[in-house]
Design a protein around this ligand. Structure first.
Ligand code: HEC
Length: 143
């Protein structure tokens, strides 16, 4: 085996392990990026801390795995209650992905997506799959 051949094998292995590492990282999401995304996209309506304060939206502490509609003391909208009564929803990673991808489709007419006169803001979803994955990786740390 000449040196060129062994060099290309070494480089090949290095490239392959980088692809595997990148794939693993994308599968699991990046918590630091997710934290920034959450502060910018959710923090305006949701408390992300262990204070468990209800703001315009319910607190998100412990959200992953929590049954939908279970924030203590939060007054959920009729649309939200109807949706959770129609089918028992837990905030699994898969359901969070559905909510963040297309909130109006997964939970039609909930207060999170409504633009009210006193609240100019409404949540319209997170367009990029990688961003949603990073967000959920961060939400998993809130416990
Ligand atoms: C414009 C304000 C607003 C923004 C921005 C917003 N939300 Fe919400 N969210 C709400 C409101 C209000 C509710 C309660 C919905 C209802 O009662 O109809 C809610 C409900 C939720 C629920 C259900 C909680 C439960 O107790 O079952 C989750 C999960 C959620 N939001 C996650 C997020 C995440 C993650 C983001 C950021 C990517 C986000 N929200 C951005 C206002 C917002």
């Amino acid at each position: 085996m000449n040196w060129l051949k062994s060099l290309s094998i070494v480089l090949g292995i290095a490239a392959l392990s980088m692809v595997v590492a990148a794939f693993y990282w994308r599968q699991h999401g990046d918590v630091a990026t997710g934290r920034l995304l959450a502060q910018n996209n959710c923090g305006v309506c949701h408390d992300l801390t262990a204070n468990k304060a209800n703001e315009r939206g319910p607190y998100l502490w412990g959200i992953v795995g929590r049954p939908a509609g279970s924030a203590v003391g939060f007054h959920y909208s009729d649309a939200f209650i109807q949706r959770t009564q129609a089918s028992d929803i837990h905030w699994t990673e898969a359901n969070l992905e559905r909510l963040l991808d297309d909130p109006g489709h997964f939970m039609p007419n909930i207060a999170m997506t409504q633009r009210k006169s006193q609240h100019a803001l409404a949540f319209e979803g997170i367009a990029l799959r990688d961003n949603r994955r990073d967000l959920i990786a961060f939400l998993k740390t809130l416990h």
